[in-house]
Design a protein around this ligand. Structure first.
Ligand SMILES: NC(=O)c1ccc[n+]([C@@H]2O[C@H](COP(=O)([O-])OP(=O)(O)OC[C@H]3O[C@@H](n4cnc5c(N)ncnc54)[C@H](OP(=O)(O)O)[C@@H]3O)[C@@H](O)[C@H]2O)c1
Length: 245
C-alpha cells in the first residue's frame, strides 16, 4: 500500500490518476479548497478500493499553510510514499498584462505553492531514500508565447526547479516526475474551443499514474507533444515572436 498526498485533489486530471491508485488499494491525503468537492472525490476513491482516504481543506495561495501540508500528511497516513502536485489556474493573459497583483497571484498558485510543497517534500523524501514526487507543469512552459506567457513563465519556473531537484534526489533514489500535458479537456479549459489536439482527463490521468509508478523524469502527454515541443524549441526567436499564438 502506497501513501499518497495529492494537492489540487479535485483537479480533473488528478482525480483520474487517483482512480488507478485507489484500485490498487493505496491510501490518500487529499488537499483542496472546497470541502464538498473533496468529500465527493474521497467517497469515489473509497468506493474504488482505497485503503484509507483523509482530506484537508486548504487555499494553496496561503504559502504558510502549504508548507505544513507534507507534515500533516505524514502524521495522518503514518508516512508518505508519493506526492502529486496538481493545483493550477489558467490566468486571463490580457488582465494580467495590466494588473501586477493578479499576475503575482497567478504566479503564486502555479509556481510558488508547488515550490513550497517541493521544498518540504524534499526534506521528507531525501532521508527516507525512496518515494516519488510528481508535479504537473505544462507544455506552456516550453516557450514564452504572447498569448499565455504569465502561465507559461510559472510553469517554466516549476520545470526548472524540478530539473534541479531531480538531480539532487536522483542520488538517493527518489524520483521526481515532471508531467507536461498539452491541451486537456477539464474545467480549467472549459472556456476554450475544443480543437483536435485536446486530450481527455482520463487519458492524461492514466499517464500521470503510469509515470509515477515508473518514476519517469519528463513526460509529455499525449506522446505527440514531445515532438511538438521539440519543433517549438527549434523555431528561431525572430519568427517565434511573430507567431499569433
Ligand atoms: N487542462 C489543461 O489543458 C492542462 C494542460 C497542462 C497542464 N495542466 C495542469 O494540470 C493541473 C491540473 O489541472 P486540470 O486541467 O485538472 O484543471 P482543474 O480540473 O481546473 O483543476 C485545477 C485544480 O486547482 C485547484 N485550485 C485552483 N486554485 C486553488 C487554490 N487557490 N487553492 C487550492 N486549490 C486550487 C482547483 O480547485 P477547485 O476544484 O476548488 O477549483 C482544482 O483542484 C494544473 O496544474 C494545470 O495547470 C492542465
Amino acid at each position: 500500500m502506497r501513501r499518497i498526498l495529492i494537492t489540487g485533489a479535485t483537479s480533473a486530471i488528478a482525480q483520474e490518476a487517483a482512480k488507478h491508485f485507489a484500485a490498487e488499494g493505496d491510501a490518500f491525503f487529499l488537499v483542496g479548497r472546497d470541502p464538498d468537492k473533496l468529500a465527493a472525490v474521497a467517497d469515489d476513491l473509497r468506493a474504488r478500493g482505497a485503503a484509507d482516504v483523509a482530506t484537508a481543506a486548504a487555499d494553496l495561495l496561503d504559502l504558510t499553510r502549504c508548507s505544513r501540508l507534507i507534515g500533516e500528511a505524514v502524521e495522518r497516513l503514518g508516512g508518505l510514499d508519493m506526492l502529486l502536485v496538481a493545483q493550477g489556474t489558467l490566468p486571463d493573459q490580457a488582465e494580467c498584462e495590466v494588473d501586477p497583483a493578479l499576475t503575482l497571484r497567478e504566479f503564486s498558485l502555479n509556481a510558488m505553492s508547488p515550490i513550497t510543497l517541493l521544498i518540504r517534500a524534499a526534506t521528507h523524501f531525501e532521508p527516507q531514500g525512496s518515494g516519488c514526487i510528481a508535479v504537473i507543469p505544462s507544455m506552456a512552459g516550453v516557450r514564452g508565447r504572447r498569448s499565455n506567457y504569465v502561465y507559461g513563465a510559472a510553469k517554466a519556473a516549476l520545470s526548472t526547479f524540478l530539473e534541479g531537484l531531480r538531480s539532487r534526489m536522483g542520488d538517493v533514489g527518489v524520483s521526481v516526475v515532471d508531467i507536461r500535458p498539452g491541451f486537456v479537456d477539464t474545467p480549467m479549459t472549459a472556456h476554450l474551443a475544443k480543437k483536435t489536439l485536446f486530450a481527455s482527463a482520463a487519458t492524461v490521468g492514466e499517464r500521470v499514474y503510469r509515470s509515477m509508478v515508473a518514476g519517469d523524469a519528463v513526460v509529455y502527454t499525449p506522446w505527440f507533444w514531445r515532438w511538438i515541443a521539440l519543433v517549438i524549441q527549434l523555431v528561431p526567436r525572430s519568427i517565434f515572436a511573430k507567431l499569433p499564438i
